[in-house]
Every structure is written in C-alpha cells, then in structure tokens.
Design a protein around this ligand. Structure first.
Ligand code: FES
Length: 404
C-alpha cells in the first residue's frame, strides 16, 4: 500500500502542467530568483523593505544640548528600510514594566543608510523622554515600526520654494529634509530648491545643530536661516519673538501672492504648529500649501472646544476592556489622559504608530459610554457613526466599555 506522501505525489503529477511548473521552479532556483515572487506573492520582498518591526540597537548617544540628546540606532540583522526625509519611526519602550511607544522624527538624512538618528528633547511633564535621556546607553536594544508618516516633500505637488517653520526639537525632521535636499541638489545635479528655515527656540541654550546649520547656510546660497529666541538672555543680540504673520511677511516679502505660492512645513510642539497654522491662515495661505508634522495628543484636552463643561481634568472614570480572546479587564483612568496611555499603564495595548490620530492603527470600539475626540482624531465618518475611536487621542468622558 503506497504511503500518503507518495499517493499525494502521484495525484499531483497527474495534474496537467504540474511537471512543467516544477521544471520552471527548478530553473528559477538555478538563477537565484525568488519563486514566491514569481508566483506573484511579493510579501517577502515587501516585508524585507518594510518590516512591521525593526530590531534596533543604540550605537551612540550624542549630547546636543543640556535638554537634548541624539540617539543613533543601527539595525540588528537587517538593512534599515529607506525612508522619506521628514518621516518618523514609532519607538517601543518598556519602562518599569509598562509597555508604551512614542513616534520620533528621524533627524538624519535618508542618504545615510547605516543608521537612524532620533533627537530627543526632555519634556518637563513627559514620561518616555526622561527614560530615553537618562537611562538609555549604547548597546541597549529596542523595537520600532518602520518609517511612516506623510510629512515629507513631494516635488511634484510642493514645488521648490520651501519654508520650514521649526519650533524646538521640531528641527529634527526639518534638518533631515534640508540635508536631503542639499544632497540631492549636489549629487543628482537637480535644480536647487529655495529653502528658508525659521528656527524658533525658547532659550539660546536650546538651539540644536547650530554649528552644522550655520555651516550649511554658509556653503549653500539657496539656504537661508532665521534664528528666533522667545526668552532671550540679556546678552543675546539676535532676533527675538515668535513666528507670526508680521515676521513672515518681513522675511518672505510682502508680495502676498508670491508668499502664498510657497510651501510651508511646520514642525514643533502642538501649541507652536497651531499658532503658526493660524498665522498662515491670516496670510491666506491655502491649507494645501501647509504640511504639519503630527505631534501627539493634545496636552490639555479640557481647554478644547467640545470638552464637556461639567468635567474637570482630574476626574476619573472606569474603563472596562473586552479583549478579542473573550477576557475582560477593568481599570480607572483620568479623563485628561489619552485612552491608549491609560490602557498601556494598566497592561493593555492596541497596535499604534503615529500616536497623533493620523494612522488609525489604534482604533478601538466604544461599546458603552462616551469619549472626547479632539480635532487631531481624523476619524472616518463610518468609524464615528459606529462608535470607533482612535485611542491615542481619545479621552474617556464617562465610564466606558471598549472592545480591543
Ligand atoms: S496610533 Fe495612529 S491614530 Fe492612533
């Protein structure tokens, strides 16, 4: 009696064309071609170029300023995926047993294929930045997502007259984009873009990459940099103040039509990009000429339009979680803390990347109760209608029950 594997072989060989397919496969193997790819299954290739998780190791910790360090990450066992200057990776961390993650813009340029630099500034009331700045050392291992995000220069639609409005550590993606454009201009002999960086910092001591940027400006006449300090010391003699409509017309020219044709990239803290966006609106710059880097959930949701009037930031509600495996959990959460953060602090999670309401990976369904969805939560109308929220920017405003 034939065993089951030879019986299966006999049946397969009886199929018309089976032997030809085997012969073709052998030919492809000889030439080193990926048979799966030939079959149209390109998942392996895509997974190599854009893996869901990257295994990274810190190769260097670079001191930038008293409040900022650059962590240089190299890949473990893979080649780092390419990225568009301006994109971010979401870095997963485990801080005393709490699994969470934060997106950081890559500050190195994409031409540099050996590593990603992440420039981290200390956030006074932050959680992850203290850990990354105080505890992380060369040799530490991390996981991250691949590069993501839509904050990058699209030469077809954005043109070549570009203005970067960078606030604080928002200089990180701007630096990557500026170096990328300079490299492209020099290496590929592309037409030089006109680049104007307006770099705003609170104090002189906060300025990052100062020498490097000054050197770039000296070497390339198509790059102009305006330095702005909002809380200067007495000895500071440079320009002070904030990025406002008056300053922009002074720097970029009072010909409004010309100014409106420029492309603006705003990167910095939420309050900075909200203010800059308002100023550009005042100057009648169309929304499609403005790109804004996503930058986390709002810090004070209780100050936003639509927040329930009877609710104060320190109020607490109960969150009940129904998991896909049928188990249930419950915890207490502050109403002003993003739902995803309170889930993580209590040992639950949802897939996430942007943590700014943009990518929709962290969707959870609210079965009972209500959440506050700020403007950042770019919910599809069907999500809204059926009770889904982006947990990274949703705030529970009553006792809630959710499905993850
Ligand atoms: S993590 Fe991207 S929308 Fe929440």
């Amino acid at each position: 009696m034939p065993n089951s594997s030879s019986a299966k072989n006999n049946i397969l060989h009886a199929v018309k064309g089976y032997q030809e397919a085997l012969d073709h496969q052998q030919e492809l193997i000889k030439t080193g071609t990926d048979f799966n790819e030939q079959k149209g299954q390109v998942a392996n290739t895509i997974a190599t170029l854009h893996p869901k998780r990257l295994q990274l190791v810190v190769s260097e910790v670079i001191e930038d300023t008293a409040s900022t360090k650059t962590l240089r990450f190299k890949a473990e066992g893979i080649v780092l995926p390419p990225f568009q200057a301006g994109q971010y990776i979401n870095l997963f961390v485990n801080i005393e047993g709490t699994e969470t993650a934060r997106p950081y813009a890559i500050s190195s340029a994409p031409q540099q294929r050996g590593y990603y630099d992440l420039t981290i500034k200390r956030v006074a009331d932050g959680y992850v930045s203290h850990y990354l700045l105080d505890d992380v050392k060369a040799g530490d291992r991390f996981q991250s997502t691949g590069p993501m995000g839509t904050f990058y220069h699209n030469p077809l639609f954005h043109g070549d007259d570009l203005v970067f409005l960078a606030g604080g550590s928002g200089i990180a993606p701007a630096r990557s984009m500026i170096i990328n454009m300079i490299e492209n201009t020099l290496t590929h002999r592309k037409a030089a873009q006109k680049l104007h960086l307006v770099y705003a910092s609170s104090y002189e001591a906060d300025v990052i990459y100062e020498n490097e940027l000054k050197q770039l400006e000296k070497e390339h006449d198509f790059l102009t940099i305006t330095w702005l300090i909002s809380r200067p010391t007495e000895k500071y003699t440079g320009r002070t103040g904030h990025v406002n409509a008056e300053l922009l017309t002074e720097l970029l020219g009072s010909d409004l039509e010309k100014l409106q044709r420029k492309m603006f990239y705003i990167c910095g803290p939420t309050s900075f990009h909200d203010f800059c966006a308002q100023q550009l609106e005042q100057l009648k710059v169309k929304a499609r000429r403005v790109r804004i880097e996503c930058n986390g959930p709002p810090k004070h949701p209780e100050t936003l339009t639509g927040w329930p009037q009877d609710l104060i930031a320190s109020d607490k509600v109960s969150v009940t979680i129904n998991k896909a495996d049928g188990t249930q959990g419950q915890f207490e959460a502050r109403v002003d803390e993003p739902l995803l953060n309170s889930m993580e602090r209590n040992g639950y999670s949802a897939e996430n990347a942007c943590r700014s309401g943009e990518c929709s990976l962290c969707r959870v369904k609210v079965v009972k109760g209500s959440v506050f969805n700020p403007q950042e939560a770019r919910l599809r109308s069907t999500d809204e209608a059926y009770g889904w929220c982006h947990s990274c920017v949703a705030f529970p405003t009553s006792d809630i029950e959710i499905m993850v």
